[in-house]
Design a protein around this ligand. Structure first.
Ligand code: PGA
Length: 255
């Protein structure tokens, strides 16, 4: 895992967008893996700027998202489909037919998981997958205890995740209890992973993910085995790792 330390969230967003944009320029027909959560929002804003200045186009790109809440549809402001359109898709030239997100309204779990796995298979390998990391080490909605070999699945969200995500809802009770998520297998099949972490509340999990055992208890620990992961993290998120293993960090300005 290559670790790029950046100063703060603003720099993280710019650096991540530069890495992502370079991949699109290199291969306009790229398969992009998107994530939701608050961490990638700044990066999406930077990508929109690059699109507006004519540096990149998403016209030929395919895109696939990691996850979606169950029980809410694309018109619900809390859905990840709504989030992606609001934060990115409606502001760039990506084609609607090339956007793939699980359908949270499909109550037939097997049908929805099979449908999504078929899409993943047909798209081929995801060229670059964005990931955030949950405080409990989840990636996508693959919560602690998830099998590393898992395909798309419906998961029950942990109390920790519901607590962390309640900030996006009026009331904690409104946070959906279940979600569809691409499995760890799909994530690990990506050619490149861009993992983003910002803020002091990620310092502990970043440290554990990188220095601890590879264990389903911390799903993100599997990333230690991926050959092409770039962690872009700010000083706060790297605080614990840096104080224990300063040599592990490569500063972006020393590139
Ligand atoms: P966050 O979420 O970006 O809102 O911190 C990350 C995650 O839960 O994967």
């Amino acid at each position: 895992m290559k670790i790029l330390e950046v100063k703060d969230y603003s720099e993280l967003s710019k650096v991540a967008a530069e890495i992502f944009a370079a991949e699109i320029i290199h291969n306009p027909k790229i398969v992009l893996g998107f994530a939701t959560g608050s961490t990638p929002i700044g990066m999406y804003q930077e990508l929109i700027k690059k699109y507006n200045s004519g540096i990149i186009s998403f016209e030929e790109c395919q895109s696939i998202n990691l996850d979606e809440y169950c029980g809410i549809g694309k018109d619900n402001k809390q859905s990840y489909t709504y989030f992606m359109h609001e934060k990115l898709f409606s502001k760039i030239d990506i084609k609607e037919k090339n956007i793939y997100i699980p359908n949270g309204l499909n109550e037939n779990i097997k049908e929805e998981c099979d449908r999504y796995d078929k899409i993943i298979k047909e798209l081929g390998k995801i060229d670059i997958q964005i990931l955030g990391i949950g405080n409990n080490g989840h990636i996508g909605f693959n919560e602690p205890g998830t099998k590393f070999s898992g395909n798309t699945t419906q998961v029950k969200l942990t109390a920790n995740t519901i607590e962390a995500n309640k900030r996006f809802f009026d009331k904690k009770e409104e946070v959906p209890k279940k979600a569809y998520t691409m499995g760890i297998k799909g994530v690990m099949n990506s050619k490149k992973i861009l993992l983003l972490a910002s803020g002091i509340n990620k310092s502990n999990i970043v440290y554990k993910m990188i220095t601890g055992d590879i264990t389903p208890t911390i799903p993100a620990s599997i990333l230690q085995l991926h050959p092409n992961v770039i962690l872009v993290a700010d000083e706060e998120a790297l605080k614990k790792l840096k104080s224990a293993f300063p040599e592990k960090i490569k500063k972006i300005n020393e590139k």
